[in-house]
Structure formats: C-alpha cells, structure tokens
Design a protein around this ligand. Structure first.
Ligand code: AQP
Length: 331
C-alpha cells in the first residue's frame, strides 16, 4: 500500500504556528500510515536569514519536538534533519541548479517579495531556495508533498526542475504533487496576509501558546470593520470578517452555521464570537502542548539519529542513479 513517496519539511525558524500545523502537519498520523513518508527539519534553509549559532540547534530541536507532538510516529516513517544529509542534499542541489535558468528563479514571486522586504540581504541562497527545496524532495524521488497554499508556487518550480532534468538525462524523477487538503492559507490574526512567524507574535497562535495567551491574542484579532455596535448585524463570511474566516478552519460546520445565524441577526457580539474561537483553538493546541512537554531532548536526538541513517541510505541510492544518468565518471 505504501507505494507513493511523500516528502515534507518545515524550516526551523522559531516556534511553529497554526498555519504551519495546518499546511504541513495536519493529518500527519494518517499521512505516515498511508505513504512511504520522509519528514525533515529544514534547518539549512534557515541560513538565508543568518540565525545566531545558539538558535540554530535550539530551533531544530524545537521543530523536531513539534513534529513528534503533532503525532508523527518515527517508527512508521523516516524523520531527520536536513543538515544530517547535508552532503547528499548539496550534491543533488548542485546538479539541479545546472538545469534551472537563473531568470526563472529571479522571477519567482516569493523571491521578489523577500528581496523587496530585505534589500540588504539578497544572497545566493535566497534565489536558489526553490532548487534546494527541489533537491530535498527529489532526493527521495518524492511524489506527494503536503504544503500550505503559499508553497504551491515552489512546488510548481520543483516539477519544472524535475521535467528539465528528465528531458536532459532520462526519466529519473516523478513530478511532485501537493495534497489538496493541506494547501490552505490560515490568515494572520491582524487580518493582513497569511499567518507567519516573521510578522510578530501577536499575529499568530503558536503551538506552544498557553490558554491565556490564546485568549489574549484572539481578543485583539481584527474582525468585521463595519460592525461598530453590538446591535448592528455583522458580515460572517470569509471576506467580511477575519474572525469568521478563522472560524472556518477551527470550528466545525454546525458551529459555523450557528455563528452565521447569530452574527447576521446581531444576537452574538464580537467579544463572545472571539471567546468561542479561542476555545476552539485551545482544544486543538492543548493536546499538542501536553505531548510536547513530555518529550525529552535525549529522546528527540535519538530519534533523529536513527532517521538520518535510514534517510542517508535511501538518498545514496537515488544519488547514484542521478550520477549514472548524468554520466559522471565514478573513480
Ligand atoms: N499561514 C499558513 N497557512 C497554511 N500553511 C502555512 N505554512 C506556513 N504558513 C502557513 C506552511 O508551513 C510549512 C512550513 O513553512 P516554513 O516555516 O518552512 O516556511 P514559511 O512558509 O516561510 O513559514 P512562516 O511562518 O511564514 O515563516 P517565516 O515568517 O519565517 O517566513 C509550509 O508547508 C508552508 O506552506
């Protein structure tokens, strides 16, 4: 049954949030049981923004703990850090970089956005990000990649790179596809764009947040700007109210329907609606928080070491096939 290869990674840039969870981890127990799955911590990808030495390993451990707390069973998949396969990933990235035109990488919307936001740090790694990401996926001949909506463009580039490589050297790689149920975009609490680590702690719900923090953050969330008084009916739709938009992800259909009726007839106010949202979010975060507290550093390191060994074995086989396809003289 487990005949399709799944690959998924998360950059270890700090505490993970609900967006990361829904985009890359949702349904992880089922994914691990359904696919031949490789999950990794994309710690080398974080180097584009120059994290401090102390944060590098701390954040990698933190991300690994989050995966385990999200329900990843390392006995049923391969779980490792990208840096433990640095040689393999770097080698494949080098080959793939040769088939991808620089102009296309520079036209990538996420590159343009980051370059505009941080003009003083437009490094070679940033423009090559989609190539390195493709190497992460193709190193295991990945076919299925659960990512949030924001990463779909990178996945399209991964398919292009695989296509170019195959056209040049023969059919080595499959064309990695996203999983529709994960390709979502959880909005930020302040209503501007997607939930993202880099927009400040008040714009996202971290998977570590305590109940009181969740309540505080949700209380300040941007809602329906046209509803000023309690007696006014609101606009409970994805476009009309950011808080309702968040409910569509975290509250079940029956609860959403009830909120739509109550809000559009002004029988529920924004304060109560936000309290309800905070309760729903707490139900999602609480088991995660509890499981995470039970993990020890030793357990996590041990798990990652075992995962690295098996990931290296599988990566080496694929690399050998790639070298043969290119015609590299093996001496
Ligand atoms: N808001 C989101 N909704 C759905 N999915 C999301 N993802 C991120 N934000 C959302 C998904 O999480 C996975 C890992 O992302 P990442 O941390 O590797 O990179 P990112 O997309 O850059 O995450 P952030 O929080 O926005 O980080 P910063 O602020 O550091 O750049 C991916 O599958 C992504 O789609």
């Amino acid at each position: 049954m487990k005949n399709q290869k799944l690959v998924s990674g998360i950059r270890s840039t700090g505490e993970l949030h609900l967006g990361n969870y829904y985009g890359a981890m949702k349904g992880i127990e089922k994914l691990v049981n359904t696919y031949d799955a490789n999950f990794f911590i994309a710690d080398l990808h974080t180097l584009t923004t120059h994290p401090s030495r102390e944060h590098m390993s701390k954040n990698a451990l933190e991300a690994a703990a989050s995966y385990l707390a999200a329900g990843l069973n390392p006995e049923h998949c391969t779980f490792y850090t990208q840096s433990s396969l640095a040689a393999e990933v770097a080698e494949l990235s080098l080959y793939l970089g040769m088939v991808m035109p620089l102009g296309e990488l520079m036209r990538c919307p996420t590159f343009k956005e980051k370059a505009k936001k941080h003009p003083d740090n437009v490094n070679y790694g940033l423009v090559g990000y989609p190539v390195l990401m493709t190497a992460d996926i193709l190193l295991h001949k990945g076919e299925v990649v659960p990512v949030g909506e924001d990463q779909l463009v990178h996945l399209e580039m991964a398919r292009q790179i695989a296509r170019r490589f195959n056209n040049m050297y023969g059919e080595v790689f499959a064309y990695p596809q996203p999983l529709a149920e994960n390709a979502v975009r959880i909005p930020a609490l302040h209503g501007q764009g997607k939930m993202s680590k880099s927009d400040g702690v008040d714009t996202y719900i971290s998977l570590q947040d305590e109940q009181s923090q969740i309540a505080q953050k949700v209380k300040k969330a941007y809602s329906d700007p046209t509803r000023i008084y309690l007696q006014q009916p609101g606009h409970p739709s994805v476009q009309g109210c950011n808080v309702y938009h968040l409910h569509t992800y975290f509250t079940d259909e029956q609860g959403q329907q009830q909120l739509r009726e109550q809000c559009s007839t002004a029988s529920v106010g924004c304060v109560a609606c936000k309290q309800r949202l905070a309760e729903e979010i707490e139900q999602i975060v609480e088991p995660f928080r509890t499981r995470k507290q039970q993990l020890t550093e030793e357990q996590i390191l041990d798990t990652l070491q075992q995962g690295a060994q098996s990931a290296r074995l599988s990566a080496q086989k694929v690399l050998q096939e790639v070298r043969n396809a290119i015609g590299i003289l093996m001496v």
